[in-house]
Design a protein around this ligand. Structure first.
Ligand code: C2E
Ligand code: MG
Ligand code: MG
Ligand code: MG
Length: 286
């Protein structure tokens, strides 16, 4: 229910003060039905743009549940329910399928990869690489059409196995991304052992850029290290043009955030993608 669950999306369950156990059971039952009927789970897409020229270089798929009574539910409400109900795996399968269906709609005319978030259960699932490979074939997509995002914490329980899974995914040609970097215990040394193509600076870092000089220093040095390792840097939570400009000056490659666009339903994203959009990055550069 609460922001507490946002780091991994699934590990911390904060009971909803608005509802008791009965409501929670009800929600779990509803979710089981939703996954079986396959028409209430959606992904919304949020664009990622190159900070140098504003080109669209990615789209993150963020799960939503269009609940018949409660309306559009966010991951913070949906993921804890899925975990409690033991439905994380079918949910992850559904999200992967929805994200690849979306990407197949614009690929190969637009070679924009779609990003999917992984939970701890996904990262340590030895069947994941095979499942992903099959899904790509089913949708007629090359591996580089998919980026998989994970938070470092998700590897903590079984780092060995997680690295194996990630290594196999990268050998397939799937891109990997470290999400929410700069929160919790993320450390630079970690990058030595974690194969990744991309690092996403957490929005708590980008958000404080204007007021906290240390945030700028941390970003600058993280970018330098990432680039030395051949890793590109995406800034999350970019909410205004000034921040985009500052991030460009600090060497960040890509921006994602409300300043560019909010997450939107797949149809709206297709329209957004095909329309010329004067985004904040263009203004930042001029
Ligand atoms: P995340 O992967 O870090 O995703 C970014 C979150 O920040 C999204 O929230 C997005 O709507 C929000 N956001 C984007 N731009 C801005 C901005 O400029 N300002 C602010 N304040 N927020 C911004 P959302 O969709 O509620 O997702 C929350 C988290 O839930 C995600 O964080 C991710 O960890 C998890 N999640 C989302 N979809 C999935 C999924 O399909 N599977 C799994 N396992 N986790 C998911
Ligand atoms: Mg993410
Ligand atoms: Mg996400
Ligand atoms: Mg993030």
């Amino acid at each position: 229910y609460a922001a507490k669950s946002s780091r991994s999306g699934v590990q911390v369950y904060v009971p909803d003060p608005r509802g008791g156990t009965g409501d929670r059971l009800r929600t779990m039952e509803d979710l089981r039905t939703a996954l079986e009927r396959d028409d209430q789970i959606e992904v919304h897409l949020q664009p990622q743009v190159d900070l140098r020229d504003g080109a669209v270089v990615g789209a993150e798929a963020l799960v939503r549940w269009r609940h018949p009574v409660r309306g559009l539910l966010s991951p913070a409400e949906l993921l804890p329910a899925a975990e409690q109900a033991g439905l994380l795996r079918p949910l992850a399968d559904a999200v992967l399928d929805l994200a690849l269906t979306a990407a197949a709609g614009w690929w190969p005319e637009r070679e924009v990869p779609v990003s999917v978030n992984l939970s701890a259960a996904d990262v340590t699932d030895l069947d994941l690489p095979g499942k992903v490979a099959q899904a790509l074939v089913r949708h007629g997509l090359p591996a580089r059409a998919l980026t998989l995002e994970l938070v470092e914490d998700t590897l903590m329980n079984d780092p060995e196995r997680g690295r194996r899974v990630l290594g196999e995914l990268r050998r397939l040609g799937v891109r990997t991304s470290i999400d929410d970097y700069g929160t919790g215990y993320s450390s630079l040394a970690y990058l030595r052992h974690l194969p990744a193509d991309e690092l996403k600076l957490d929005r708590s870092l980008t958000h404080d850029l204007g007021t906290d000089r240390r945030a700028g220093a941390i970003i600058r040095h993280t970018v330098a290290l990432a680039h030395d390792l051949g890793i590109s840097v995406v800034a999350e939570g970019v909410e205004d043009g000034d921040t985009a400009t500052a991030l460009t000056d600090l060497g960040c490659d890509v921006a994602q955030g409300f300043a560019i666009a909010r997450p939107m339903p797949v149809g709206d994203f297709r329209t957004w993608l095909s329309a010329p959009h004067g985004c904040v990055v263009d203004r930042a550069g001029s």
